[in-house]
Every structure is written in C-alpha cells, then in structure tokens.
Ligand binder design. Structure first.
Ligand code: ADP
Length: 418
C-alpha cells in the first residue's frame, strides 16, 4: 500500500470515527432532551398531585371539623331537651341518654353499654322492656307510667339502618313528663262538668215555672207571683254566672297584662265599690267602714279586674256576715307595695276550707239553693287577678269570729320579696 493509500485509509477511518462520534453525540443530545422533558413533565404531575392532595386533606379537615361542630350542636340540643331520650342497641344495651332522661329514669353513666337493668329502678326497667318489645315486634309502642306524683308518657320508636333496608339498629325511647298536660285536661273536664251543673239548676227552675205559667188561668195569683219571682231570681243568677265565667276566661287569656296599663285611683275605686254595695249592706244591717290612705298615681292595673277583685271580697264580707256585723276595708302603700285588707265580723272559715276557697266552684256550703246563692267563682277570680298583678293573697279566719283577706301588690313593675 502506497503512502497516499495509507493516508487515505486513515483519513477515511478518522472521518467515519468523527461521523460516528457525531451520530452518538446527536443520539445522546436527543435522549438527554427527551429525559429532561420527561422529568419536567413528571415534576409537573407531581406538583399537581401534591396540590390535589393538599386540597383533599383540607377538605377532609374541614369535614372533620364540621362533623365535630355538628356533633357539638347535636350534643347541645340533646342536653337542652326537656324530654328524655334514651337509645338502646339491638342487644338491649343502653348507648345514649340525655340529661332529662338520666334525671327521669334515675340512671347514671355506669349503665352505658350494659344490658343488665336489675340495679336500676322500676321506671328504667319499664322503659327498657317497652323498647325490647318494640324491637322484637318491630312496631312502635306507647305507654304511660306514674312515678311518684308525676306522669310520664314513653314512646318507643325503631331506629332503621340507613344503608340496609329492613334492618333495625336499635330502639329510641322518648320520655315526656305529661303531668301538667294531664292536670290541665282533668281541670278542663272538671270545669266543663261544673259549668253544666251550675247551669242546670237555674234552667230547670226557669223552665219548670215557665211551664206552670202556661196554665195561667189555672194557677192562683200568689203562685204566678212566686213563679215570676223565681224566674227573675234564677235569670239574675244565670246572668251573674255568665259574666263571672267571661271574666275568668278573660283572665285565663292573660288579658290585662299589657304594658303601660293606666294608673288606677285606688281610693276612688274602693269608694265606688262601697257606694254600690251600700243597699246590700243596709238590707243585711252590715256596717261598711273604710280606712284608705293611698297616693295617686302609684298603681298601674286593669281597672275592671282590680274593681272586680275588691268587689268580690267586700261583697263576700257582707254576704257571709252576721246581722249588725262589720266589714272594714283598709289600704296603705309604702311606695313599693300596696297592701289592702278586707276584714269582716262574719261566720268565718274553718281551717280545712281556707286553702280550697280560691278553687273554681268551691263552696263551703254545698247547698246550691242556700240563701247566699253563690256559685263558688268569686274568690277564684280574686286569686287570678292577684296572680296576674304578681301579688299575694292570704286569708286569716276563725269560725264564728270573722275573716281577714290580706292582699299585697307590687308597685312600679317590681316583685314581692320573700
Ligand atoms: P261564692 O260566690 O259562692 O261566694 P266565693 O268563691 O266567693 O264563692 O267563695 C267561696 C266560698 O268561700 C263561699 O262558698 C263561702 O262559703 C266562703 N267564703 C268566702 N268569703 C267568705 C267570708 N268573708 N266569710 C266566710 N266565708 C266566706
């Protein structure tokens, strides 16, 4: 091989080597760029994932916080409820009881998650039995239970599983103290029966004598006069009864409790009552005396109710007095409390009746046709008016000696102490 050939061969080899190196370099550059892109892509995805993850974590934290808040709200509502709530699991263990339920059923925290109820009282035993019965029969139950002087209504309600139809997770019992509702119901029934009774006697008399007057020519003049007298008297009695019932109903509807009631002139009201009862007192030869020193204006009240309250007391003082007896009205105020006393020298009230005379339709003399003809509503109106005026009434009496009704009324929107 000539020298030129050798140089050419070496040149060619170098050339191919250079080409190869260049190709290799290009490949490396391409791979490098590809990897760089790939890595930056990966970094971007990573970053996106991290942001998403952070957002999810935040959402989760928020959800947990709102769950905690909701739990707190539920707890607060549960604790504040006046009705008792207890929850039993399907195995009969108690899992939840709010404050009211714990008080009603006399249970403490040691009872939770235990099915044994033997060491707790009869009421808890009943609630637990009713819940078990409801669970086993898959129907809701309702029972009433008398615990001491209180009456409770227990309703056992099933707790269905939200996710599996037909599955019952346990039973919830709602325990409600219905004593007041039952008492009001009984009072209402008694009231209706009393009212009907009160109406029946005068109406029977009126219709009987009206029937008699139909035979006008067959009855004597005296009989006619008597019939008309009875009709007149019984109609008056009915009118009085209706008006007293209306007053009671207005008092029950809390009329007269408006703000800024007008001032009442106490002295003038008492004078007016004494004047209106003068005839009645004269007929019974009862002396009316007043000793009233009360400034004006000091008392804000519904004048009609205030008038009715004192009228009933003074009228009773005359009605239940002896001949030539005395009724005295005394009133004073110290700026904070107005004190009024109505005393009489009459027949007095035995101690056993003294608390009950303020009840509606309560009469000491049960004979409806007694000479006084009262219907037993007068003093119940008195006590309702006193209550409405946030006052107090007391009676002191000795049979055969007389009675004293003492009223205290707070002034200037205040309350009575002690
Ligand atoms: P009535 O309309 O029958 O008088 P009240 O409610 O005013 O009804 O009184 C209830 C009962 O209290 C009366 O039946 C009466 O026997 C008794 N009573 C009320 N006030 C007096 C009094 N001042 N003295 C004696 N007994 C009274």
């Amino acid at each position: 091989m000539s020298k030129i050939d050798r140089i050419m061969t070496i040149g060619l080899v170098i050339f191919w080597l250079v080409v190869l190196v260049l190709i290799l370099f290009c490949v490396l550059i391409r791979e490098y760029l590809y990897f760089k892109n790939y890595i930056s892509e990966l970094e971007k995805r990573n970053q996106k994932l991290e942001t998403e993850l952070a957002a999810r974590e935040k959402r989760l934290r928020d959800m947990r916080a709102s769950d905690d808040d909701r739990f707190n709200y539920f707890n607060a509502v549960f604790a504040a409820m006046k009705d008792g709530i207890v929850v039993f699991k399907d195995d009969g263990a108690l899992v939840l009881a709010n404050r009211a339920a714990r008080a009603f059923l006399h249970i403490d925290k040691h009872i939770f998650f235990k099915s044994d109820k033997s060491s707790y009282g009869a009421f808890y035993g009943l609630v637990s039995d009713v819940c078990r019965e409801a669970f086993e029969s898959a129907t809701e139950r309702r029972v009433e239970f008398q615990e001491g002087d209180r009456i409770f209504e227990v309703s056992a309600l099933l707790i269905p599983d939200r996710y599996q139809k037909g599955i019952c997770l346990g039973v919830m019992a709602v325990v409600i103290d219905v004593t007041e509702a039952r008492r009001l119901e009984a009072r209402r029934k008694e009231f209706v029966s009393n009212v009907s009774h009160e109406f029946r006697t005068p109406m029977t008399l009126i219709s009987g004598y009206a029937e008699m007057l139909r035979m006008w020519d067959e009855v004597t003049k005296e009989e006619r006069t008597k019939a008309l007298d009875v009709i007149e008297q019984e109609t008056k009695r009915l009118k009085k009864l209706v008006s007293e019932l209306l007053t009671l109903s207005r008092l029950d509807r809390q009329e007269g409790q408006e703000r800024n009631l007008p001032f009442v002139d106490v002295e003038a009201v008492i004078e007016q009552i004494l004047w209106s009862l003068e005839d009645m007192a004269n007929k019974r030869r009862v002396e009316l005396v007043s000793d009233v020193e009360v400034d004006y204006p000091i008392l804000r009240a519904n004048e009609q109710f205030f008038y009715q309250m004192l009228l009933n007391l003074i009228e009773n003082g005359i009605k239940y007095n002896r001949e030539q007896g005395l009724v005295k009205v005394w009133a004073r105020s110290d700026g904070n409390v107005l004190r009024i006393t109505v005393s009489d020298s009459g027949m007095g009230i035995e101690e056993k009746h003294q608390e009950r005379i303020f009840d509606r339709f309560y009469r000491i003399d049960e004979d409806r046709n007694s000479r006084h003809g009262g219907n037993g509503i007068g003093l119940s109106i008195v006590s309702s008016v006193v209550e409405q005026m946030r006052g107090r009434i007391q009676v002191e009496s000795r049979p055969g000696e007389g009675s004293e009704f003492k009223i205290e009324l707070p002034l200037n929107g205040g309350t009575l102490g002690g």
